[in-house]
Write a protein that binds this ligand. Structure first.
Ligand SMILES: [Fe+2]
Length: 179
């Protein structure tokens, strides 16, 4: 098998213990919904955005702003040829609950530039995030951020603990915004 070598970055949010419990409470206050890109699996997805990404939770906003800075600093940006580069913006976010036995089949987020996964609540026996076509595996912790090229396939095997909660989102190129 030819292995992908698409971008994948990992970070740690230093103040995760100040925001994560509030983010989890907010995610749990939302209704379950169908994912826009329905995949095989039993994870419970809570949709939390409108088309303007009108973030209601202050703590979710803080983390998404932190992620946006990182993505624009480290990810590949389209170059316009005059030295300016198109910015990346977060276009949607959602929360995913994994109870014991929940899982998510292999999928990618085609049509987006970058995807992130942020650990909100990660009990000890939580699943590893697996990238089957690149051979990478990421054991997420609370406050741990993974950013990857949206074409990169990933899956979550059966979760062995209750209460795994992840904040997920997609980034797109914002053609109105250059720097
Ligand atoms: Fe995904």
């Amino acid at each position: 098998m030819i292995r992908e070598n698409l971008e994948l970055y990992q970070y740690e949010y230093p103040f995760y213990d100040r925001v994560n419990s509030k983010i989890q409470t907010y995610i749990k206050s939302l209704d379950y919904n169908s994912a826009p890109h329905r995949t095989l699996g039993q994870s419970k997805i809570r949709w939390m955005k409108n088309s303007q990404l009108n973030i209601v939770s202050r703590e979710v906003g803080i983390v998404v702003n932190w992620i946006t800075e990182i993505v624009n600093r480290d990810c590949c940006r389209l170059n316009l040829g005059d030295g300016s580069r198109i910015k990346l913006k977060c276009s949607e976010i959602w929360g995913v609950d994994y109870d014991k036995g929940s899982h998510l089949g292999a999928h990618s987020h085609g049509g987006y530039a970058y995807t992130f996964s942020y650990g909100v609540s990660v009990p000890k026996r939580s699943s590893t995030l697996i990238f089957p076509t690149s051979g990478r595996r990421v054991k997420q912790k609370e406050g741990h951020l993974v950013v990857f090229d949206s074409r990169l396939k990933h899956r979550v095997p059966c979760n062995k603990d209750e209460g795994r909660c992840i904040l997920v989102g997609n980034f797109i190129y914002d053609h109105q915004s250059v720097d």
